[in-house]
Design a protein around this ligand. Structure first.
Ligand code: FAD
Length: 204
């Protein structure tokens, strides 16, 4: 697998809508490609990390480099890796502000205006700290709690859908039994189906 980090500068100022469109595209496209990573943006500068199968990342990188919406594209880190660092993110995104940098001791001296290709390419340790900080946001206990709650709600939703389906099937079966009984054609099959339905309802 390959992990690549690059810097670039927007050609024209990105509006919030243009950023949303870009992220929507990444979130649609990257999972299909098996590409994960993150994109940081401030001062018209992009810092992006992409990781995935080597050939796929190289092809995507080529396409991104040719994108006329940005320029001064430069790869600052390229490494063959065994594991992903961003496995849960089709494209983590962050728009940096001075406030978001304040709490990071390693970035105390770093000013938002330093978030530009010249400064960042000359200071790999700052880049590492920024990436590390971005990843650690997702290790935050509060975020983990929110994720756990999302998972719980997903499970509840699935359970509700299953319960509704079972309900629907049971209703259908009861109706078919009533129908068959009214027409005096109740058979063993109906009884077997009823027993199986009772078992199913008891199991869950
Ligand atoms: P097409 O859709 O045929 O587009 C051709 C060109 O039109 C593009 O190169 C671009 O210059 C322009 N274009 C495309 N969409 C728009 C638009 N909404 N508004 C204005 N111009 C547009 N793509 C990914 O799949 N994954 C990524 O992680 C990813 N990261 C990116 C990071 C940055 C900073 C930028 C600027 C782009 C990124 N892209 C990403 C988008 C990528 O560069 C391509 O635009 C996209 O993959 C579509 O490629 P395509 O060859 O099908 O181009």
């Amino acid at each position: 697998m390959l992990r690549v980090t690059y810097l670039s500068r927007e050609s024209d100022p990105f509006t919030a809508q243009a950023l949303v469109d870009l992220l929507e595209h990444c979130k649609r496209n990257n999972p299909t490609l098996g590409v994960t990573g993150m994109l940081m943006y401030a001062n018209g500068t992009f810092l992006q990390t992409l990781e995935g199968e080597t050939g796929t990342v190289e092809t995507l990188l080529g396409r991104i480099e040719r994108d006329s919406r940005h320029r001064d594209f430069q790869v600052i880190k390229r490494e063959a890796v065994q594991d992903r660092l961003y496995e849960n993110w089709s494209m983590g995104f962050e728009r940096l502000t001075q406030a978001t940098l304040q709490d990071v001791p390693a970035l105390k001296a770093f000013q938002l205006e330093d978030f530009n290709p010249e400064h960042l390419s000359a200071h790999p340790a700052v880049v590492e700290n920024l990436l590390e900080r971005h990843r650690s946001l997702h290790w935050d206990p509060l975020i983990r709690e929110v994720n756990a709650r999302d998972q719980f709600i997903d499970e509840l939703r699935r359970a509700l859908v299953n319960a509704r389906q079972r309900n629907e099937q049971a209703l259908l079966l009861i109706e078919s039994v009533i129908e068959a009984s009214a027409e005096d054609r109740l058979t063993d099959i109906h009884l077997q189906l009823c027993r199986r339905m009772v078992d199913t309802l008891r199991q869950r």
